[in-house]
Design a protein around this ligand. Structure first.
Ligand code: 9MR
Length: 581
């Protein structure tokens, strides 16, 4: 049995519960056929041709919804607030959201949304007509709301139109000022990620003392919320070996210390790359212009340089760093070759490729495997996230080639530097096929930019995108880590607003979207975790992957005959619980 994602199915379609939101109307207390008044919002005139009533969900899902046929301008559905007052709504709730369904007969996609309490506008869109999303399916809509100053319990909602048919459900208000208590594990992301057995990580920004100071909110945010970290820059070749043979471990060691003190795993990033690479080898990552008095290094010299770097770094952190991005971004940006030759790929013309040839890749993995046979070895790249994109297909071709050559590649990293509107299905279609290759997969550098800084509506869409990717990660056993590239928006290499925390370390909507997703999954799967680990190759392979009871990988590729040499404890091997005494 594989891990299954359970969505929190509410009355209709798209709603998933978020910690900082409150439902005003889900229509479940009404009866099908109940009429709802439509009022002209300006004249309070009830006599209108517009009609509203409670119906079943038009898509056939269980649950009741509000069905409106608008026939005159300014007419909105009138509902009575119960349990929530206008005052409550004014208190810290900056947004209204609802699920909207418009039948396919609707052809005008730009409509004006309006809502109010008593005679005050909660949301006044002035004269703007806004794209309301696709027809024929439930979509989630969100609008900012103004504080109102009224004691009325009359709530008005609808679209300003003389000819519009629509259905509404799960009308809710969302707080834009939520916080969490990081000293309460239940409120942190890490607690729930641990229960799911997923590596949930972040890149730790470099050169800041605060990120390794346990008393600083930066470090506290990291170790409270993440169970795996990666140095954003601290372990790149240029930082570790700025001069030939002279290594500089200061920041890398501090990162390892942070992880050790707080029981976090570490991803090592990265051993061979064209960027931020050994500055005494190349001036720009491409030219072979720094060795031998500017004449460049020979192939053998460069292989030795690569081997020495990999071996020195991995040996120092043996047993401390669980997995390494051995080779980063080795593919060219132009992969149009796959359109005419579908099994091909183009290598980036980096100094490593230019001087050594494509087999620099093979050698790098072999050196890494020799340096630390326990380490999980990753290839990592960007722009290869969505099935069908040329680079995505090229990456798949390259990984297949490496595995066919018996190169010890254990994991495939998808950087996932993305923008709003993530197509999670295309991501899933891409990564799921790697299970059949017998490699694990990780989202290694995830960030999702919005379009405009500080736009909370966009933060919600961003949260939905993060959640959709987490759904995919939890659903597939071979997806190991979900790592975001940084902590706070202001320190990210991208903008606007790509991460889970704002500059004050306050959690953004995406934080709650992820926390709820992890929590729901963990609750559903807490029992019977032994059934959740599957590895198609294990039963017949002479090697096994060993997991602890939470589903965390303890040993990759242990010889079957060596199982009894494991430390005493309870493990999951071949999807069964095994007690080693
Ligand atoms: O986030 C990193 C930034 O601080 C550095 O200046 C930059 C230099 O290239 O590298 C960034 O991290 C990159 C990562 O190592 C590899 N994938 C792309 C990331 C963003 O550029």
């Amino acid at each position: 049995m594989t891990r299954k994602f359970i969505s929190i199915i509410c009355a209709a379609a798209t709603l998933t519960a978020i910690a900082d939101e409150k439902i005003l109307f889900d229509f479940e207390d009404y009866s099908v056929g109940d009429k709802v008044a439509m009022r002209d919002y300006y004249s309070e005139d009830g006599s209108t041709a517009s009609k509203a009533e409670i119906t079943n969900d038009p898509t056939g899902k269980p649950g009741k919804v509000l069905h409106v046929k608008n026939a005159s301008w300014n007419t909105l559905a009138e509902l009575n607030l119960t349990g929530v007052t206008a005052e409550d709504i004014a208190d810290g709730y900056g947004l209204i959201a609802f699920d909207l369904y418009r039948p396919n007969t609707e052809t005008d996609h730009y409509r004006q949304f309006r809502c109010g309490i008593g005679d005050e506008y909660l949301h006044n869109v002035d004269n703007e007509f806004v794209f309301q999303g696709e027809t024929g399916k439930w979509v989630s809509r969100t609008y900012p709301i103004n504080p109102v100053n009224t004691t009325s319990d009359k709530f008005y909602i609808g679209f300003n139109s003389i000819d519009m048919e629509y259905y509404l459900d799960n009308i809710r208000i969302i707080s834009t000022e939520s916080d969490y208590d990081m000293t309460n594990p239940e409120e942190t992301l890490r607690h729930h990620a641990d229960k799911c057995g997923i590596g949930f990580g972040c890149a730790v920004p470099a050169w800041n003392d605060d990120v390794v100071d346990d008393n600083n909110i930066a470090a506290q945010t990291i170790y409270s919320n993440f169970n795996i970290i990666v140095g954003e820059n601290q372990m790149k070749p240029a930082y570790l070996q700025p001069e030939k043979g002279k290594f500089s471990w200061w920041d890398a060691d501090r990162l390892v210390g942070l992880a050790e003190r707080h029981g976090m795993e570490i991803r090592g990033h990265t051993l061979v790359w064209h960027s931020q690479t050994l500055p005494w080898v190349t001036s720009d990552g491409y030219k072979n212009d720094k060795g031998n008095g500017g004449k460049g290094y020979t192939r053998d010299e460069l292989l030795k340089i690569m081997k020495d770097h990999i071996t020195t770094v991995m040996t120092r952190y043996k047993g401390k760093i669980r997995e390494w991005d051995v080779v980063n971004e080795c593919l060219d940006d132009d992969q149009s070759i796959v359109y005419s030759q579908p099994s091909k790929y183009n290598m980036r013309k980096s100094v490593w490729y230019n001087v050594i040839g494509e087999d620099f890749l093979d050698s790098a993995f072999v050196y890494a495997h020799r340096a630390d046979p326990e380490a999980i070895l990753y290839i990592n790249d960007y722009g290869a996230d969505f099935k069908g994109d040329a680079k995505t297909e090229a990456y798949y071709n390259l990984v297949k080639r490496l595995l066919k050559s018996n190169i010890p590649v254990h994991g495939v990293g998808f950087q996932c530097h993305l923008g709003l509107g993530v197509d999670a299905a295309k991501f899933e279609n891409n990564v799921k096929r790697y299970a059949d290759l017998g490699v694990e997969v990780s989202l290694t550098e995830l960030d999702i930019t919005t379009w405009e800084a500080g736009n909370y509506e966009q933060h919600i869409r961003q949260g939905e995108d993060y959640k959709a990717l987490m759904d995919v990660a939890l659903k597939h056993d071979h997806i190991r880590n979900f790592v975001v590239w940084g902590v706070t928006d202001d320190k990210s290499w991208r903008s606007p607003d790509p991460l889970l925390f704002n500059s004050e370390y306050k959690p953004k909507y995406a934080f709650f979207a992820l926390r709820n997703t992890l929590e729901a999954w963990a609750n559903e799967h807490a029992a019977g975790i032994e059934e959740t680990i599957s590895d198609k190759n294990q039963a017949t392979s002479p090697f096994v992957n060993v997991y602890d009871i939470t589903g965390r990988l303890v040993k990759h590729g242990l010889e079957r005959g060596q199982i009894n040499s494991l430390e005493p404890g309870l493990y999951i091997i071949d999807r069964k619980k095994i007690l080693i005494r």
